[in-house]
Design a protein around this ligand. Sequence first.
Ligand code: SAM
Length: 251
Amino acid sequence: MTRTTYDDVTAASFKAAREVPRDGLGAWEEAVRRHLNPVRGMTVVDIGAGTGAFATAFCDWYAVKVMAVEPSAAMRALIPRRTDIEVLEGHGASLPLPDVGVDAAWLSTVTHHVPDLVAAAREIRRVLRPGAPVLIRNAFAGRYDRLRIVRWFPETARLLDTYPSVEDTCEAFAAAGFAPDALEPVPQADLKSLAELLDRVDVLRTADTLMRSLTDEEFARGKERLREAVLAGGVPGDADLTSSLDLLVLR
Ligand SMILES: C[S@@+](CC[C@H](N)C(=O)[O-])C[C@H]1O[C@@H](n2cnc3c(N)ncnc32)[C@H](O)[C@@H]1O
């Protein structure tokens, strides 16, 4: 089951509202570097690459080559075309790549969209060289206390609890021969003010799987909470302006 249809409208909204600006990703650059140990020219498969935000970041940060595999034509069309990114049609359980050639796999906010994680793990095992890391950036069931969206829209936890947990994910990958290597929450700083979030929530509602799961009333209540906080005019703390997803590494 795919939770969201990434058509032209969703793809455009995703690019506008969900891509984290590069200057908010410093902690991610550092965390991934520690686990990837990048070497110039190594190859990374970005599975469910979306609009290519991380494919381009990885090329710029680490001078690696990225194979950006993405099932949605609308999302693929927005991936920047450059010589260090190969854009490919495919999905988690069907990667258009030969056996055992790839130095790392990256899946960012994708595992909850993959209908058969065991099949995807097996396919990832096929294309990765032995010892290469699988780097998963995601929200996991039961681990979302640092996720900003849940603070303003608490009913998003209902859908989050249906996402694969860390245990489910490790089990699926264990069946393909991977073992967990690290798990750490990594913050992203993607807002300058709460007013910016308030401006963005309507677009987010079309681009974000969690926001789409809210009823109109739940969305309106959360938006009102945000509006009141903006009107109250307090200086937002770090907890309001940053949000963390987990980085799960398996090898
Ligand atoms: C929330 S977006 C994340 C995009 C990108 N990874 C990022 O973090 O910017 C989820 C992406 O997963 C893709 N997707 C959906 N089902 C998939 C599957 N079975 N295998 C791989 N990708 C899938 C969607 O088309 C969409 O582009």
